[in-house]
Design a binder for this molecule. Structure first.
Ligand code: PMP
Length: 360
């Protein structure tokens, strides 16, 4: 068996020890005689799995006690509607920071329900930079302010947390959650699809401050009301049980490997050496403003785009998979989440040097 270094933006690589453990336990979880996939979500076995997963996530992210942790379905995209349904109350308006395609989708959704103030936008320069605090045109009477902490497609990342005063800050952290320590208390809501740094797709994690729960609009669908899930321990309906189990194994792996500070150190080292390789060559280019570059998603282009297909084919033949860039940026994108080993980044850099020598 040979596993490739998979640079997919998501679903993305999972830590190999997690996959091995899941493999060992696939037929018989802890003497239960069944797979986690076959277990009732109402039984004591699954209850212990979700309880451990929540406790480990709380420990890893230092989540304060006044926050609920919800394990839901529907992807990050469902939160584009759930956030306004729960947080608008009678305010009727919200601030959005527009830093990429996912922010734009969130804005497109929320425009159906309220007035939107775009507090800043980087669209004029194809989302190659992140607005600074002083560039945010914030409305102190907005119901909340929404941001996307890491822009998966454009490869930019907030390296600061905006100060929104008393207005709750809502963050789509789908592509950088668990990549570094953050101060959860700065946020009203954090949400993330699991398929990058948490586990398999189909699971969405929501971390919500308790004073923001219980104020959904009357017409809010039951399944999008945070209270429904906070009151039932994410068991109002059948939760994505296998995804929660794998997420729990990922949390254990993170704890065994030094937690989020250690991850942040490794992630920065991995990204910095890749950016150095790009910047140090006349053959590769990064479209992103250096100070706003993402540690998770690294887009880069070849100065000779007619070589893109050859680059991808030869990389794949060497076990460097899924490097094709998103169509809105072109070129390549290396997604290097927590589970991408440093050797994977080293192998990519070596291939890039060698490809350049042959084709420059
Ligand atoms: N937000 C961001 C930042 C993303 O990267 C993605 C998916 N790539 C989404 C939202 C949408 O997530 P989902 O597919 O879980 O709805």
């Amino acid at each position: 068996m040979s596993r490739v270094f998979n640079f997919s933006a998501g679903p993305a690589m999972l830590p190999e020890p997690v996959l091995r453990k899941a493999g060992e336990e696939i037929l018989d979880w802890h003497g239960s005689g069944m797979s986690v996939m076959e277990m009732s979500h109402r039984g004591p076995e699954f209850q212990s799995i979700i309880d451990h997963a929540e406790a480990d996530l709380r420990e890893l992210m230092a989540i304060p006690d006044n926050y609920h942790v919800l394990f839901l379905q529907g992807g990050a995209s469902s939160q584009f509607a759930a956030v306004p349904f729960n947080l608008l109350r009678d305010k009727g308006k919200a601030d959005y920071i527009n830093t990429g395609s996912w922010s734009k989708k969130a804005i497109g959704e929320v425009k159906r329900y309220c007035d939107v103030n775009v507090a800043a936008t980087a669209e004029n320069e194809n989302f190659t930079w992140i607005p600074k605090q002083g560039q945010l045109d914030l409305d102190p009477s907005a119901a909340y302010c929404h941001m996307t902490t890491n822009n998966t497609i454009f490869g930019t990342e907030f390296h600061y947390t905006p100060d929104t005063g008393d207005v709750p800050l809502v963050a789509d952290m789908s592509s950088d959650i668990l990549s570094r320590p953050i101060d959860v208390s700065r946020f009203g809501v954090i949400y993330a699809g699991a398929q990058k740094n948490i586990g398999p797709s189909g699971l969405t994690i929501i971390i919500v401050r308790d004073d923001l729960v219980g104020h959904a609009e009357d017409w809010c669908p039951t399944m999008l009301d945070y209270k429904t899930h906070a009151d039932s321990g994410s068991m109002y309906n059948t939760p994505p049980t296998y995804g929660i189990y794998i997420a729990g194994l990922v949390f254990q792996w993170l704890k065994e490997n030094g937690g989020l500070s250690a991850m942040a150190g490794t992630n920065q080292r991995k990204a910095n050496k890749l950016y150095r390789a790009i910047d140090g060559s006349d053959f590769y280019q990064s479209p992103v403003t250096p100070e706003d570059r993402s540690y998770m998603n690294v887009p880069f282009t070849l100065v000779k785009p007619d070589l893109d297909a050859t680059f991808l084919d030869e990389a794949a033949a060497q076990g460097l998979s899924t490097l094709k860039g998103h169509r809105s940026v072109g070129g390549m994108r290396a997604s290097i989440y927590n589970a991408m080993p440093e050797e994977g980044v080293d192998a990519l850099i070596e291939f890039m040097h060698e490809f350049e020598k042959r084709n420059a």
